[in-house]
Design a binder for this molecule. Structure first.
Ligand SMILES: *[C@@H]1O[C@H](CO)[C@@H](O)[C@H](O)[C@H]1NC(C)=O
Ligand SMILES: *[C@@H]1O[C@H](CO)[C@@H](O)[C@H](O)[C@H]1NC(C)=O
Ligand SMILES: *[C@@H]1O[C@H](CO)[C@@H](O)[C@H](O)[C@H]1NC(C)=O
Ligand SMILES: *[C@@H]1O[C@H](CO)[C@@H](O)[C@H](O)[C@H]1NC(C)=O
Ligand SMILES: *[C@@H]1O[C@H](CO)[C@@H](O)[C@H](O)[C@H]1NC(C)=O
Length: 950
């Protein structure tokens, strides 16, 4: 699944207001973009409960029964019933095998009204010759989401039984299970019945053994209005028109699925249409008729074939299914979901409009498709046994999504962008004492909210980062060979992470690759302990050492590490433009004569940031690197220019080097034209902006940034011939956005006139928007910030009438840029009404407003005042919700804000914070660290900035 804009679960919208911590296009998961979320693993804080529970009070299924296949018929009603309720009706048979004798059947079922059959909630029969025991008692165990069936006699080991149920469920607009999504077309309201089973919502659609290792074959029949289209994982094999309950309907039957986990099931009924191409595998892209007719599915269609081909080659395993459907949904909680054979997406992630979409939108479409298609093998064909290893599934797909997208769009250099989007992003989170290891204990992750909490930045981005490191030190041929035997050996089965290490080890042994320890021993250091090291190189002595990198060195670690916070670190390095080599750091400290440098010679460690660690040097080497940047920055590889800036700023935060050293890494930027170092610097200066918004430092920062960004602004003005076209390079296009954004926000001459001029032109001629799609977020934001109610109202009107989700998203975030608090308050109020702001977007809007210095306090007051509402609407099992807390508190840096936060925690202790619990703890930790940081650095920063602008 693709969180994030989230990992980007902030979905789709990559716009940040003011200095944003996110790079453009940074979100991988729809909602994650704003997130720096770390699970504090709330489980550990729970007290253990008393006596052993009855089996139906346990959250895990007993090991007595396993499903073989399901035969399910569902009929979603796209009109409300007489009570005004949208429902679906259905029946399901599950054929299961008894492994151990038992008189109890536990099967997941949540929020379904089961119809009584002969006085019980289910009917049991035996297959074959034996006779099923009769039912003693059936009931719903709501806390654990079971249908419980107690039998008078025993089920026999080795026998097959069939359990039949009939039920009614609500087709709610809750984005979970079988649910309803709405949109308008030609002034007419349309309903889509669609599904999100992952991770624990299949049980809300039909009774099932809803755990990933409980694989089964699913026979699906959908009943739907004539003229609508029904889709599921398998190809549609039969359509019969009939009349049921007096209604003319079609019954669509699907090819049985492969043997798979219940969370990968998908069902959609809509009046969508598709574009299709068939070469080996049938590929179809589904969306609203209008979107398909104007060609918005074409880009996805164009790249899906190549990406599938890429993965077939990469894994050396053919695509396992007969077709690949991908569908764009108006309401969708995550960025996308890898249902096997029917992948679901937020509209904004799948559809591409050459006229309206930016290059960031296009990149996101390519990477998210690659992420989901990577799962068709890794995750679906072979599935992890349990949710404690979510990181391996999501981290893997996140890593290889860059490879798949790179294959489809080779000119983009998209593989490098993992540095900004994942590695630097997660470094910030994983450097906190409240971080957590990638992998958890299976027994700690049992409740639905604990499972949901696994889908965080650490799982996706650190997972991707350490797998990239692994592939790098094994070399890609060895890595893919191990992958291939793993996927082949465990096809249609479930595994644990260790199975992958074993297969990689076999590949290592076969190829004679030399490692200091086994794959498992090396990887355990990165997977079973949280955090990462800072490697310190002393170029005078040749000493190389490692230390756990903590943003706040005084914070107390709440967990012990089995490896004492030491890692087996692959070191690749270069020296003064020429020599390059590698070695392993296996101890806390070692000496390498190669690491000595003399004169102007410098050493640079962690080339291209293939290693998941930060680097520090002795002062002389830092000075040599800074000199090199000033004299000829291109002697340092571009990724490492971004690294030097990011490492320096973070070493400051951890009090390892003085703040002036970090500021010095930004001085050469007046000569820099590349995107990655600029984005890295802007992300880091963003922290300064967040901390100093309400202080005197703000103006000094503005002056310095203006001075540095002016040459970049002029550069783009020149190469675009006075903004008459866009630069050709993909990342140059991103950097053009940076140039305009920061030139405008710091008041570079000519910038504000440029953006307001464009916006005015649009206001004068609504049906002709003169602003290039790449620049829209920035231009809208800048024009709305400097404008008044007229600009805002126009933006709002355009937002409400936007027919394309990506355009709406850009306006949605830009509307939060207003300076007028009346407008911001009105906008906040809208988030309480789902008919004005979609539920999926409400938390994003609040966070956007909180990111605006003029909206910060308003948003915080608003959240506190409406906490109960928000908690009931968004609190439970929602990833977005953690983003809300971290987004709203990210500027907190004063004692009074800390007090307010603690007060908020105690005031709402009873209602709770649901899946935002960990985010709240983190917010408190971060606020404390911010307070200290400001106190310690404000003076020095002020002096440096004053000297620079003198
Ligand atoms: C599924 O149920 C339908 C209707 O009861 C029946 O016709 C069909 O044979 C069943 N399929 C399987 C595989 O049991
Ligand atoms: C399920 O039953 C409850 C209690 O009778 C009722 O309130 C609810 O509306 C029913 N749900 C559906 C989807 O019919
Ligand atoms: C899907 O597209 C194909 C090819 O364009 C077309 O023949 C088919 O009718 C479409 N199906 C639906 C349900 O629109
Ligand atoms: C179909 O796939 C083959 C092999 O991958 C490729 O050579 C060919 O160009 C493809 N044809 C089309 C029409 O895409
Ligand atoms: C899709 O591919 C076709 C054929 O190569 C091309 O003409 C078209 O411009 C592409 N569409 C998009 C949106 O990339």
């Amino acid at each position: 699944m693709c969180l994030k804009d989230i990992l980007t679960m902030v979905k789709g919208n990559m716009v940040r207001i003011h200095f944003s911590a996110m790079c453009v296009g940074c979100t991988f998961l729809g909602m994650a973009s704003l997130a720096t979320i770390v699970g504090l693993w709330t489980v550990q804080l729970l007290p253990s409960t008393g006596p052993p529970a009855e089996p139906w009070n346990e959250h895990r299924l007993p090991d007595t029964l396993v499903p073989d296949y399901y035969n399910i018929t569902l009929w979603p009603r796209l009109q409300p019933n007489i009570h005004g309720l949208f429902v679906f009706t259905g029946n399901s048979s599950v054929v299961f095998k008894c492994l151990r004798e038992t008189d109890l059947i536990l099967i997941h079922s949540n929020k379904l009204n089961l119809t009584s059959i002969d006085g019980y909630l289910a009917k049991l029969s035996a297959l074959g010759t034996s006779v099923a025991p009769s039912i003693q008692k059936t009931w719903m165990q709501e806390t654990t989401q079971y249908l419980v069936i107690q039998l008078k006699g025993k089920l026999n080991a080795g026998e097959l039984y069939e359990l039949y149920t009939e039920f009614v469920g609500e087709l709610a607009d809750d984005l979970a299970g079988f649910y309803r999504s709405e949109y308008e077309e030609n002034g007419e309201k349309k309903i889509v019945a669609t599904s999100q089973m992952h991770p624990t919502h299949a049980r809300k659609t039909f009774p099932c053994f809803d755990e990933p290792a409980m694989r089964a074959v699913f026979y699906i029949t959908l009943i739907h209005d004539r003229g609508t289209v029904a889709l599921s994982n398998g190809m549609e094999i039969e359509k019969v028109d009939t009349v049921l309950d007096g209604q003319p309907v079609t019954m669509s039957t699907f090819e049985p699925t492969k043997n798979m986990s219940s969370y990968l099931l998908a069902l959609v009924v809509s009046d969508y249409t598709n574009v299709t191409s068939a070469n080996d595998t049938l590929i179809r892209i589904w969306a609203r008729k209008k979107a398909i007719e104007v060609g918005h599915g074409d880009y996805a269609l164009n790249i899906t074939g190549p990406i599938l081909k890429f993965f077939e080659n990469y894994y050396s395993v053919p695509y396992p299914l007969s077709k690949s459907d991908q569908i764009a949904l108006p309401d969708f909680y995550f960025g996308a979901m890898e249902n096997w054979g029917l992948v679901t997406y937020r509209e904004t992630n799948l559809l591409y409009d050459p006229v309206i979409s930016s290059n960031a939108n296009k990149e996101r479409t390519a990477t998210i498709i690659a992420h989901e298609l990577a799962h068709m093998w890794f995750g679906n064909l072979v599935t992890l046994k349990w949710w404690n290893e979510v990181w391996l599934n999501e981290g893997f797909a996140s890593y290889v999504s860059y490879l798949g997208a790179d294959f489809a769009e080779p000119s983009w250099n998209v593989k490098d962008l993992i540095i900004l989007k994942d590695i630097h992003h997660v470094f910030a989170v994983d450097a906190l004492a409240s971080s957590h290891p990638l992998s958890s204990n299976e027994e700690d992750i049992i409740k639905p909210e604990q499972i949901t909490e696994q889908f965080d930045t650490v799982s996706y981005s650190k997972g991707a980062s350490v797998l990239r490191m692994l592939s790098d030190f094994l070399t890609e041929p060895v890595f893919v060979q191990g992958l291939n035997t793993y996927l082949t050996m465990f096809a249609y089965q479930n595994t644990v992470g260790e199975d992958l290490w074993n297969h990689l080890q076999t590949a290592v042994d076969k190829t004679g690759t030399v490692l200091p320890l086994s794959v498992k021993e090396i990887m355990d250091r990165w997977v079973l302990q949280m955090g990462f090291p800072v490697v310190t190189v002393n170029t005078t002595t040749g000493q190389v050492s490692q230390m756990h990198f903590l943003l706040d060195p005084e914070s107390s670690l709440q967990r012990q590490s089995p490896f004492n916070y030491e890692w087996i670190v692959p070191i690749n390095w270069m020296k003064a433009e020429v020599e390059q080599s590698r070695f392993w750091l296996t101890e806390k400290t070692a000496f390498h004569s190669d690491m000595k440098a003399t004169g102007n010679e410098w050493v640079l460690v962690n080339l291209n940031i293939t290693g998941y660690y930060r680097v520090n040097y002795d002062t002389e080497n830092w000075e040599c690197l800074l000199n090199q940047l000033t004299e000829n920055h291109e002697a340092v590889p571009v990724i490492n220019r971004a690294q030097i800036v990011d490492d320096a700023f973070n070493l400051v935060r951890a009090k390892i080097i003085p703040v002036t050293l970090a500021l010095k890494t930004t001085k050469y930027l007046s000569e820099e034209r590349e995107y990655m170092p600029w984005q890295s610097a802007l992300n880091n200066l963003d922290y300064f902006y967040l901390m100093f918004t309400q202080t005197d430092v703000y103006e000094l920062l503005q002056n310095y940034t203006r001075k540095q960004v002016t040459p970049l602004f002029e550069h783009f003005k020149t190469i675009t011939e006075d903004w008459s076209h866009v630069p050709t390079g993909h990342t140059d296009q991103y950097n053009q956005v940076n140039a305009i954004r920061f030139a405008c926000s710091t008041g570079v001459d000519g910038c504000q006139n440029l953006t307001t001029g464009w916006y005015r032109q649009w206001m004068d001629q609504t049906n002709h928007n003169p602003i290039h799609p790449n620049l829209r977020s920035t231009v809208y934001c800048s024009a709305i910030a400097s404008g008044g109610a007229d600009e805002w109202d126009f933006g709002w009107l355009m937002f409400k009438t936007a027919t394309i989700g990506i355009e709406a998203d850009k306006l949605m975030s830009a509307l939060a840029c207003a300076k007028d608090t009346t407008l911001l308050e009105r906008y906040l109020g809208y988030t309480l009404d789902a008919s004005i702001i979609r539920k999926q977007d409400a938390t994003s809007v609040i966070v956007y407003i909180a990111s605006n210095p003029d909206g910060q306090t308003l948003a915080w007051d608003f959240v506190r005042k409406n906490w109960v509402y928000m908690f009931t609407e968004y609190g439970v099992g929602s990833f977005n919700f953690a983003n809300l807390i971290s987004g709203i508190t990210k500027t907190f840096s004063t004692e009074s804000e800390l007090e307010q936060l603690l007060q908020f925690k105690s005031d709402n202790a009873e209602i709770g914070f649901g899946s935002g619990t960990a985010a709240l703890e983190q917010a408190i930790e971060k606020t404390k660290a911010n307070i200290k940081w400001v106190a310690e650095n404000q003076r020095e920063i002020t002096d440096w900035l004053m000297a620079e602008s003198a």
